[in-house]
Design a protein around this ligand. Structure first.
Ligand SMILES: Nc1ncnc2c1ncn2[C@@H]1O[C@H](COP(=O)(O)OP(=O)(O)OP(=O)(O)O)[C@@H](O)[C@H]1O
Ligand SMILES: [Mg+2]
Length: 218
């Protein structure tokens, strides 16, 4: 079995930046790595991503949104993550089931137990070995995310959650921290207000610990 590591946190906290840097470091050591993201990672997931992130005139209802994320995740787990882990790959996933708890339960207000139940159905037996939660004030995260959108010309297709108000993002952040508190064995909360290099160094230390724990490093 490989290792399953998820990267979580509010918009703009630096997940994608850190996933890429972590992957680079592992590849330099000739470890087999797969980088993937949610929603996405499969053809079905990519189609779902387009449905979810496009802020049309009639955005999806909260329950519809929950099921769309769950559908993408079910496919992703069975088609991509499970087989990669079985082949011994270190899988780095940009958002996973904790995001659904944070956004759909804490953010949108769906019942927590319902969201957990749907998550279990979608992930099956797959659980991350470790989850890095990049903790950042929503104001800072949103300003980073908006800068990125401006630079990449992301436009409306990528700004669905970015368009929510600050209270929504505060609730999402609280949700993530609450999940981390519930499961300290799996989560590592990494302060994300530092520079890219500072955050990457913290991730690197946590990654070393995990690799040592699992016998990758002698
Ligand atoms: N530590 C940092 N300090 C300053 N800027 C950063 C830092 N980390 C990332 N950035 C920049 O902030 C923007 C958002 O970072 P990134 O895309 O990695 O965040 P994300 O968590 O993946 O966001 P999203 O949830 O929207 O996908 C990017 O332009 C990135 O270059
Ligand atoms: Mg990202």
């Amino acid at each position: 079995m490989g290792l399953f590591i998820t990267f979580e946190g509010i918009e703009g906290c630096g997940k994608t930046t850190q996933v890429d840097l972590a992957a680079e470091r592992l590849r330099r050591r000739s470890l087999p790595v797969l980088v993937t993201r949610e929603p996405g990672g499969t053809d079905l997931g990519t189609a779902v991503r387009a449905l979810l992130l496009n802020r049309g005139e009639r955005p999806p209802d909260a329950v519809a949104e929950l099921f769309l994320f769950a559908a993408a995740r079910a496919q992703h787990c069975r088609e991509v993550i499970g087989p990669a882990l079985a082949a011994g790959t270190i899988v780095l996933c940009d958002r996973f089931a904790d995001a659904t708890v944070a956004y759909q339960a804490y953010g949108r207000g769906l019942p927590l137990e319902t969201v957990r139940f749907v998550n279990e159905l979608s992930t099956g037996p797959l659980r991350p070995d470790r989850t890095f939660l990049f903790d950042l004030e929503p104001k800072a995260g949103l300003s980073r995310a908006l800068t990125r959108i401006a630079h990449r010309g992301g436009g409306p297709a990528e700004d669905r959650f970015e368009g929510e108000d600050l209270a929504f993002h505060e609730a999402v952040r609280r949700g993530y921290l609450e999940e981390a508190r519930r499961d300290p064995g799996r989560f590592r909360v990494i302060p994300a207000e530092g520079t890219v290099e500072e955050v990457a160094a913290a991730v690197g230390r946590e990654m070393e610990d995990l690799l040592r724990e699992r016998g990758y490093v002698l």
